[in-house]
Design a protein around this ligand. Structure first.
Ligand code: AMP
Length: 111
């Protein structure tokens, strides 16, 4: 999608610190981390935020959560704990309208 910063990250048009990439998803480090570990899990295909998802998107959303669980296991925070967040809309501080799941981990995670 034109002018979507996350689409540009997917196409490697702008650089990012990629942790995992496969056919359907990209996981990269948030540029302004809110916790010791702050990753973003995104589908490569542009989808809008949660409030405009449809039933057709449910498989992708389910896969995103499983991807998040998988990366949590890989980086060793499964036991210590982590937080998964979808921000929706301006009161939640949502900045980017390409669907993304935040994974926060490490000490002093914000609520
Ligand atoms: P949200 O506030 O839920 O829309 O989250 C968007 C997140 O994307 C924020 O935490 C930003 O710090 C992060 N972000 C924005 N631009 C970039 C970028 N170029 N590389 C990595 N993270 C980014």
């Amino acid at each position: 999608m034109n002018n979507c910063i996350f689409c540009k990250i997917v196409s490697h048009e702008i650089p990012s610190d990629i942790v995992l990439e496969d056919e359907k998803f990209l996981i990269f480090k948030d540029i302004r981390p809110k916790a010791q570990i702050h990753l973003l899990i995104i589908p490569k295909k542009h989808l809008g935020p949660v409030n405009i998802l449809t039933a057709e998107d449910k498989e992708v959303v389910g896969e995103m959560i499983l991807k998040a669980r998988g990366i949590a296991e890989k980086i060793g925070v499964s036991q210590s704990g982590y937080r998964l967040i979808f921000n929706v809309g301006k009161d939640a501080g949502m900045e980017v309208d390409h669907l993304h799941l935040h994974l926060l981990a490490g000490k002093s995670m914000p609520f």
